[in-house]
Design a binder for this molecule. Sequence first.
Ligand SMILES: *Cc1c(COP(=O)(O)O)cnc(C)c1O
Length: 425
Amino acid sequence: MRRETMCIQAGYEPKNGESRMIPIIQSTTFKYDTSEDMGKLFDLQAEGYFYTRLQNPTNDMVAAKIAALEGGTAAMLTSSGQAASFFSVFNIAGAGDHIVASATIYGGTFNLFNVTMKRMGIDFTFVDPDCSDEELEAAFRPNTKAVFGETIANPALVVFDIERFAEAAHAHGVPLIIDNTFATPINCRPFEWGADIVIHSTTKYMDGHDTAVGGCIVDSGKFDWRAHADKYPGLTTPDESYHGITYVDQFGLEGAYITKATAQLMRDFGAIQAPQNAFYLNLGLESLAVRMERHCFNAQKVAEYLQKSDAVEWVNYPGLPDNRYYERAKKYMPDGTCGVISFGVKGGRAAAETFMKHLKIGMIATHVADAHTCVLHPASSTHRQLTDEELAAGGVSPDLIRLSVGIEHVDDIIEDLEQALAAVK
Ligand SMILES: *Cc1c(COP(=O)(O)O)cnc(C)c1O
């Protein structure tokens, strides 16, 4: 199946007489005939459901659709993108370990890593995604367990050189984890470029309609945990909290990572997505391919319009031929990147605020990447916890406006921008 078809068909195949839509299994609990039957589930000896804190059939059907779209072997839904980022790293790293991460990752992920996970004893080195080979090499340590980057950074719109970072990670015997939220598997499949694990904030384009917060983790099944068994004892030695199961032996390379994350992290942290939200997410996924095409078409036109406007200081969109990442975007995302543009209004911070106040269609929201056009001034909102230096390292200037171009008619979006820019002059 092609991706457009997978959006509709993958993950759930109704049998004769069953509901066409994915059923919402709104149940915390699953019933068994004997204690022995249930015991087998607890020991991971048999497949099945027992408690929705760990797994739910609705979630698994939707996760299977995303796994198919990404070309992965296993996937799980989480309650948010933040939970997905956290689990993706914490599943293979603990106190005393170290992670190499791109400095331009989403502000929420940066804070999770740099503050909260550091408090758990995991150390992070943040590297400029366009750093020299020497700098990248110097970031690795003997206790490094993973490399983490974002296909298209939110909001800096840096296009990550996935292939280069995958090679560096593999040379050090660690996996590359990619946050593919902005590109979505419609525009980029990181596994095709060597990434090992992909995460999503499904809250953005996948849901696509401001409906449900959620996340997803997908495993490519390609990373050879056994070949680096000394680094990943959690996957390659018996888990005493699960009756001595060794994940790679029982579930193979294709299933070990997600099974461990379900059995340990979902069990202990319980950051599961509600089945009702998984249903909404699936509705969003059904139209993801058509929406991404429209987002990219609209954003390209809007970026070209902004570039020509004399009220605008600068425009950053990887689809513009003079953009620093134009060539790299063409390589990794030949069909388009995303609907998000950043730009600076002439007149700096005050002008930016006036401009935003005058928008009629574009709404001011912390949200991004969905059907409705929305705008945000990160320096005074989402990124306000960061210092100016951290902002600069993350590629965010104080005058940066993040414009998430929706799927309305592009002429209405441009007319709205036009009248709001006129109000600034
Ligand atoms: C929003 C976002 C996240 C966090 O996801 P939530 O669903 O808000 O928890 C992570 N990464 C990127 C790129 C995002 O845009």
